[in-house]
Design a protein around this ligand. Structure first.
Ligand code: NAP
Length: 316
């Protein structure tokens, strides 16, 4: 039996947890072993992790006892929820609480909670610059994650609060890449004005998480704010123009217009971008890429991410 310290990774078949699992598995001298948590160990992503040396275990975020079982005997836990599977702030909070309670029960020595800012600290619910959503949130997938900090703190779990950023993979999977307008020209549409949008290659989040675990106690009880590069809409469009060899314009729209676009989550995304635009100095200002690169020297900037991924971005 290996004497490596086990990290139980929730979301191991997804972007963040998968990045962490791959970072550990790629490091043959690692002091850690991967316990990959999934609802379905037979799925391809889980099988790939197993083939690369991970232990794959089954648990469900809606079932606290199942989390306790898979956290048992582990040194660390990477904890994450997937808001976009259910679009509910309350459910996300419940799934976070289940992870915190299970981490405590299993005496986890270091948890990383994948989180984001509480936008209500900047825009109170009675501030009508943006609509209140789900009765008590401005940006549910931000606010609920942040509200969950107290679950880890109250349970007494030694936790690092890892504040992530917009994945550039959203240009591939989330339909926010360049779209062709009726005049035939390509445009990138965001309600961000001239503000910088911190972004990151999703795989880099896991690499940062690995560095946090490797640092031992250093980041326990601390909040970290990460991104790969903070670029304005115009700068993102210009990078696309260069990579695609065709001009991509930046189409700055009003957040109200964005909220009315009609796709699932448009109101949530409109509020999110408006928060990032109106509180740029707090949100982008907190994300210092030099500090992130010190933790993860392989951190990609947008140009290098785009060079490697431009063919995967569907051009609408
Ligand atoms: P992802 O790639 O969408 O994959 C979802 C992962 O969550 C899968 O590994 C899935 O595991 C696991 N999962 C979902 N529900 C589960 C449940 N009930 N029980 C056990 N596991 C469950 O995930 P991700 O992108 O790494 O993380 C999603 C989170 O990232 C969201 O909450 C989102 O708000 C946040 N985020 C996204 C962005 C962005 O720009 N897209 C930026 C910052 C933060 P199985 O299906 O294998 O069970």
């Amino acid at each position: 039996m290996s004497d490596k310290k086990i990290i139980a990774i929730v979301g191991s078949t997804g972007a963040q947890g998968g990045g962490l699992a791959r970072a550990i598995l790629a490091d043959s001298g690692s002091e850690f072993a991967v316990r990959a948590v999934t609802r379905d160990p037979s799925k391809e992503a889980a099988q790939a992790l197993q083939a690369a040396g991970a232990e794959v275990v089954q648990a469900d975020l809606d079932d606290e006892a199942s989390l306790e079982r898979v956290f048992a005997g582990a040194y660390g836990a990477f904890c994450v929820t997937n808001f976009w599977e259910h679009f509910s702030g309350e459910k996300e909070l419940e799934q976070a609480r289940n992870q915190a309670v299970a981490a405590k029960a299993a005496s986890i020595q270091h948890a990383i909670w994948s989180t984001l800012e509480d936008t209500r600290a900047f825009i109170p619910l009675d501030d009508d610059r943006m609509p209140t959503l789900q009765e008590r949130f401005k940006v549910p997938h931000f606010d609920a994650k942040n509200e969950a900090h107290s679950a880890f703190e109250d349970a007494g779990v030694p936790t690092t609060f890892l504040h992530t950023a917009f994945y550039w993979e959203n240009f591939i999977y989330f339909g926010v890449g360049p779209q062709r307008s009726p005049d035939g020209k390509l445009a990138l549409t965001f309600p961000m004005g001239n503000a910088k949008l911190p972004g990151i290659a999703a795989e880099d989040i896991g690499k940062v998480a690995y560095a946090i675990f490797k640092a031992g106690d250093e980041y326990i009880g601390k909040s970290l704010f990460i991104s790969g590069e903070n670029l304005s809409g115009a700068e993102l469009a210009s990078a696309f123009s260069k990579a695609l060899g065709e001009e991509v314009a930046y189409n700055d729209v009003d957040p109200d217009a964005y909220r009315s676009f009609g796709f699932a989550g448009a109101d949530e995304m409109g509020n999110m971008f408006q928060f990032k635009r109106d509180f740029e100095s707090d949100y982008a200002g907190a994300r210092d890429t030099a500090k992130v690169r010190a933790l993860n020297p392989e951190l990609q900037d947008f140009e290098s991410w785009l060079k490697a991924n431009k063919d995967r971005v569907p051009i609408g």
